[in-house]
Structures are given as C-alpha cells and as structure tokens.
Design a protein around this ligand. Sequence first.
Ligand SMILES: [Zn+2]
Length: 181
Amino acid sequence: MAENSKSKNDEYFMRQAIKEARKAEALDEVPIGAVLVHDGKILARGHNLREKKQSSLAHAEIVTIEKACRKIGSWRLEDCVLYVTLEPCPMCAGAILQSRIAKVVYGAADPKGGSVGTCFNLYDIPGFNHYPEVLGGVLSEDCAMLLKTFFKQKRMKKNAQKEQKSTASSNPGQACQDAKK
Ligand SMILES: [Zn+2]
C-alpha cells in the first residue's frame, strides 16, 4: 500500500518534470525537464536551456539546482528529491552529489552518457562523503517519447532543408555550366 502511494507520488512529480521538458521543447531545446521536491512540495523547476544560454552547463538539473539554492539561500539541498526526465550526465550526477540531494528519480535511461547506472554509476565509486539514492524508469516511455519525437522532427526539418537547397541550387548550377560552354 505504502509502495503504491509512493510510486503514485513519483509519477505525479515526474509529470511535473515532463511539463518542464515541454517548455524546453517549445524553445527548440532538447526536451529535458526537472523539479526539485522538498517535503512533498516543489521547491524549484527547470528545463534544458543549453541553446538559449549557449552554455554546456545549462542542463535541466543544474538550472533547477541553481534556482533552489537561490530560493533557500543555501547550497545544501539535503532531504530533497530531484525528478528529471532523462538519466543525469556525469556533470549533473556530480552536481546532485555535491548538493547533498537525498534522492534522484529519473525517467528514461540514457545510453549516451547516463551516469547513475546506464553507462556507469558515479555513486558506485567509493570515497565520496555523500551518496544519493537512485530510482530510474518512472514514466520512462513518456520521457523517452518526448526526446524521440523531438529528434525525429529535427531530422525531418533538416532533410526538408537539404532538399530545398538542392532544388534551389540546381538551376544556378545549370546556368553556370551553360555559361562555361
Ligand atoms: Zn546533465
């Protein structure tokens, strides 16, 4: 029973993280979102802003952690749970550890850099003074679908542009060849 209500809670907060991911998508950013929860309440929300900020640091997790720290005036985010739609990368897994976040819950696993279990698990390495708990796979299909759809649309746009370019340039190219004759 307790397990059930717990997972319902996890799904609720993951849906909030998905909402954030959709905000990123609307900005033509890779759709990844996060929320930080303390005592059952959302302390901060954030989404990927790498393109807008032109910063490799502006991942959803970092954006959310920064907002939360500003809000409470402390870098310590003990007793907080971070929900993020995609498994954290090495940088974000490190930031989660450094912030003393108690638990990280992610949606989709990331075979291209997931650092809390998929490519490797940062928290398996001994010697740190804090180890966040990890729960993966919450609403993973919804989270993964956001990314799949985004990249599919990107590819389609790119191909359409390529096609346009090749038809637009075929005539001037012909003109050029004609001029050489
Ligand atoms: Zn990251």
